[in-house]
Structures are given as structure tokens and as C-alpha cells.
Design a protein around this ligand. Structure first.
Ligand code: ATP
Ligand code: MG
Length: 515
């Protein structure tokens, strides 16, 4: 692993102008562990204005000393290199930004403000620039060690080798200065797979409640980074054991000890966690991971003990089992509320709550019909079907069932392929409102919408009806009806769609008793 040449060029320019330049932060941590860096950070004693002057193609639009230097690189990790003036920071009384940033003279003072020892190291890029630039083949770590290039006042290198996350200085004090570091600890624990050192862990537990005051979007960003790691499940679990989860996603805690029916070996919390874990190992998107984590969040609120034979609610202690009717509906609402609270984008909120809402979709080959698949596709959107299947797969694996039932899911996917070209929305009908106006002289207005709704429902049930000729004929008949006759027909069409879905649901309930 080598330092990007754009970084070395910037260091050389700083050096030629008698400034210092150090490689710092995540990129150094990555290089020392043979991981390709995602971005590059340089620390310097040049003031932001001076950096900006040296690199005209740069942006300086904050008051925290960071100048983004643009490069010509095609590599996305090198397009902008962040050059930050050595600084310390005051406390974060608004929990968003430090109250004051004070520029300082030495790298040691700068490193002392950083959160964890593995993040508080630096490599001098000016003193040894030639050595580093001409390095060919020698492992970065060896080069740095054999030439003593590392500035490491807090034992970061030792902790990096040990796989240990340790706060710089007094852990409690560091968390009290900026409580976001609580979330960062969890994020690095998951991202790096490091153990959390004992005192740091104790401080995490003691100071967890401070998270209450942290701006939602800062928490969201660290949570997102954590969820996007392979060890997302471990991350959520350590949030629970340290008490942080209560301040971020407390609804998940209602699932702890919430026992499920005979088909489940895990309680609701653990099941949600295992689903996320599977999704994370599969490299799924943020929306899918969040949906996997939240898919059963509505279960504790909807849990009812019922008689297995009659399906009637009975008192606890009587023979029966747990049911969770409509948990996906309740869960989708809860998920939206939770993600809104954390200031996730509307796009993520809509996608996740839709996935939670639809995660119970039927794919039993003996029950599912083409019309049912068409309705599913119409509700979910063809572009989201793969994600929905991913969530369901995570659900199955997360329940401790060894296989994601590939045969059954594949059968559904085949049916989806089959109906993808079928009409599933009014847009795909062989006629549109304009045709009705032109060919049948129906005036623009409510009638058009009513007719289209009835036609769509009929076509969803039988796609062979979707020809211009048949639909125009049917529309002409419908147009003859009065509003009073048409309105119930439209309602009936809706009802029929719901009934078709219900009969499937009923069948499922009968078969498995609970779901
Ligand atoms: P990544 O590889 O994910 O970018 P990173 O360590 O670079 O990890 P950043 O959030 O980019 O994480 O922060 C860069 C560096 O700035 C950190 O390594 C750390 O030294 C310092 N830092 C960032 N946020 C804080 C904070 N809240 N408190 C103290 N130091 C921080
Ligand atoms: Mg970084």
C-alpha cells in the first residue's frame, strides 16, 4: 500500500513553502493495516488562508481549518484531499460544532484532540518525502517503522496491532467533551473489528445518556457508517449492552425477551439483529440493511396469545401460541418514525418503510397467483422487487432457518419475470384517458379516472384483456353507467383486489396458524 502521488505532491508544495505536512486520520490507520484508504487527510501548520493561496483550486468554506484541495486524479478517493491546520477544539455546547477552534503550532497538540489512539498518529511527509516517494515495494508499515517516521504519542501503533480501541487520555472526559465519540467508538468497533479497551468501555456505559444531546444528523452519519460494515450486528448489540441503543433506536429494545411462536428460536430483538447481520455479510444497500433490522419492529406491539385450534384470543396460560397480525403495518409506521427522528433522507425513509410494510409477501408456489404477483409488483415497483426479496431472505436466515428457501423464492422470481411485462399500473394499460376522450367523446374529468380504475383492476386479474379493442368496448359500456352505478363498481374493483390478497393471507394463516 502506497501514499497517493497527489498527496505527496501537495506535501512537496507545502514543504517548499516552509510548512509542515503530516498524513493523519483514517488513511494512515488504513495504510498501517494494509487497507486501501477511502480518502486522504493532511495536517499542516499553514493557516487555511495560506493553504488556499498555495492551491488556488481549493475550497475553504468552514471555520474549522479544513481546506479541500482539488486534484486532477481520476481516482475518486484522491479527487479532493483535505488539508487541515493543526488545531485544538473547545467543547461542543451545541452538540454539533466545537465552540471554538484554536490553531496550534505542533502536530502533537493536534493529535491530542483526537478521539482514539489509533486515530491519533501522524507520519511526517516533509522530512522524509524523498524516502517515501521513492519507496518501491517495501510495505508501508515496515518503511514507517524502520525509519521511525511515525509520530505516535499515545501508543496508537501498539493498539492497532493489538486490535484495541482506546480513548486518547481520560475516556470519560473525552466523551463528555463530545458525546458523538460514543457513537464513533461503536462505529470503529464494528468497522475495524477491534475490542474496546476496559476503561473506554466503562466510560461508554457511564456516559451513554449524553447521546441524548447530540444532533440527530451526526448520530445518523456514524450509525450509517456502522450499519454499512460487515459487523453491523455486533455494532447494534454493543449499542444495547452499553446503553446507547436506548437513545438511538429504543424501539428495538421492546423486542428483547419478546418471545415468538413455535417457528422461531430467537426473541424479536435477536431475530431483527440476525437479519441485519445476514444482510450485512451479503453487502446489501443501506435501505435493505435498515429494513432487515426493522422488519419486525412492530411485533412487540401487536403480539396476542391465541388458541391454536380456533384462532381466538385466549388468556395466557391457556393452550395456544403468539400471533402478530398486522405487525408489518405497525412496523412500517414505526420504522418511518424512527428514521425521521434520525433525519434520514425521505428517499431512505420511504424505501425502508415500504420494504417493512411488504416484507410478508406471499411466495408459496401453491398459493401465489399471477394476479397476486402483478399486484405485488404494482405496489412495490419493479425496481424494488430485488430489495424486497433480499429483506425476506434476511428474515428467513435471521430466524435460524438454515436456507433462504432458494427454490421457493426462485419460483416467485420466475413469476415476477413473467408478469413484469404485464400491465401493473394505469400507465401500462393499452388505452389512456386521452383515448377515452377522443374515441368515446367522454369529457375530461372524474368519469375518466373511474373508468381507468375499473379497467386496471380487471386487467390485473386477466392481462389478456389489455388490448385497445377490448378496453374501448368495455369503457364504452362503463361510460353508459351513471355516476351512482360506476362509483360502487370502482369500489368493488378495489375490494376485489383486497379480497384476493386476503384470501391468500387467510390461506397462509390457516396453513401456518400464525405469521
Ligand atoms: P474513515 O476511514 O471512516 O474516514 P476516520 O478515522 O478518517 O475514518 P473521520 O470521521 O474521517 O474518521 O475523522 C478523521 C480523523 O479526525 C479521525 O481519525 C480522528 O483523528 C479525528 N476526529 C474526527 N471526529 C472526531 C471527534 N468527534 N473527536 C475527536 N477526533 C475526531
Ligand atoms: Mg476520514
Amino acid at each position: 500500500m502506497q501514499i497517493a502521488k497527489e498527496v505527496l505532491q501537495i506535501a512537496a508544495i507545502l514543504h517548499a513553502n516552509k510548512y509542515k505536512a503530516y498524513l493523519v486520520g483514517g488513511c494512515l490507520r488504513d495504510l498501517l493495516t494494509d487497507v486501501p484508504p477511502k480518502d486522504w487527510d493532511i495536517a499542516t501548520d499553514a493557516l487555511p488562508e495560506q493553504v488556499h493561496l498555495l492551491f488556488p483550486d481549493s475550497v475553504y468554506e468552514n471555520s474549522f481549518g479544513t481546506v479541500g484541495v482539488k486534484t486532477e486524479s481520476m481516482d475518486p478517493t484522491c479527487k479532493i484531499i483535505e488539508v487541515t491546520t493543526f488545531r485544538t477544539e473547545g467543547s461542543y455546547s451545541d452538540k454539533r460544532r466545537p465552540d471554538e477552534v484554536k490553531f496550534v503550532k505542533t502536530i502533537e497538540e493536534d493529535l491530542a484532540r483526537r478521539d482514539f489512539t489509533v486515530n491519533a498518529m501522524a507520519v511526517d511527509l516533509t522530512h522524509n518525502l524523498e524516502l517515501i516517494t521513492n519507496n518501491e515495494g517495501e510495505r508501508f508499515q515496515l518503511l514507517v517503522m524502520s525509519h521511525k517516521l511515525l509520530v505516535d504519542p499515545f501508543g496508537g501503533q501498539h493498539d492497532l496491532v493489538e486490535g484495541m480501541l482506546r480513548a486518547v487520555g481520560d475516556a470519560g472526559e473525552r466523551f463528555r467533551e463530545d458525546a458523538l465519540r460514543l457513537m464513533r467508538a461503536v462505529r470503529f468497533h464494528a468497522q475495524l473489528g477491534f475490542k474496546i479497551e476496559k476503561e473506554t468501555m466503562e466510560a461508554l456505559k457511564a456516559e451513554a445518556k449524553l447521546l441524548e444531546h447530540i444532533a440527530a444528523e451526526r448520530i445518523r452519519d456514524e450509525l450509517t457508517k456502522m450499519i454499512m460494515t460487515k459487523r453491523a450486528g455486533e455494532g447494534i448489540e454493543i449499542m444495547r449492552t452499553t446503553g446507547l441503543l436506548k437513545f438511538v433506536l429504543p424501539e428495538l429494545l421492546d423486542g428483547v425477551g419478546c418471545e415468538q411462536n413455535q417457528h422461531h428460536i430467537y426473541d424479536v430483538y435477536e431475530h431483527n439483529l440476525k437479519s441485519l447481520e445476514y444482510s450485512a455479510t451479503k453487502g446489501h444497500s443501506l435501505a435493505v440493511r435498515l429494513a432487515a433490522l426493522l422488519h419486525d419492529v412492530g411485533k412487540p406491539a401487536t403480539r396476542v396469545w391465541k388458541d391454536t385450534a380456533t384462532g381466538k384470543k385466549v388468556r395466557a396460560g391457556k393452550k395456544g401460541d403468539w400471533t402478530f397480525y398486522s405487525h408489518q403495518v405497525v412496523g412500517a409506521k414505526m420504522a418511518a418514525k424512527m428514521l425521521t427522528r434520525l433525519h434520514f433522507s425521505n428517499e431512505i425513509i420511504d424505501q425502508v418503510s415500504m420494504l417493512v410494510y411488504e416484507h410478508m409477501f406471499v411466495y408459496d408456489p401453491e398459493i401465489v397467483t399471477l394476479a397476486g404477483v402483478r399486484r405485488l409488483l404494482a405496489r412495490v415497483g419493479a425496481e424494488n422487487i430485488d430489495d424486497l426479496v433480499r429483506v425476506r431472505e434476511a428474515d428467513r436466515i435471521g430466524s435460524g432457518v438454515p436456507k433462504a428457501q432458494p427454490y421457493r423464492l426462485r419460483y416467485l422470481l420466475a413469476m415476477i419475470e413473467k408478469v413484469k411485462t404485464d400491465p401493473i399500473s394505469a400507465k401500462m394499460l393499452a388505452i389512456n384517458g386521452e383515448d377515452l376522450m377522443k374515441e368515446l367523446k367522454i369529457p375530461a374529468g372524474r368519469l375518466i379516472g373511474q373508468i381507468i380504475a375499473v379497467l386496471l383492476e380487471e386487467v390485473l386479474g386477466d392481462p389478456t384483456l389489455n388490448t385497445k379493442e377490448i378496453l374501448l368496448k368495455r369503457a364504452a359500456d362503463l361510460a353508459k353507467l351513471s355516476n351512482d352505478e360506476l362509483e360502487p363498481l370502482k369500489a368493488k374493483a378495489k375490494e376485489r383486489a383486497a379480497a384476493a390478497q386476503n384470501s391468500i393471507d387467510e390461506e397462509i394463516k390457516k396453513r401456518y396458524f400464525v405469521k
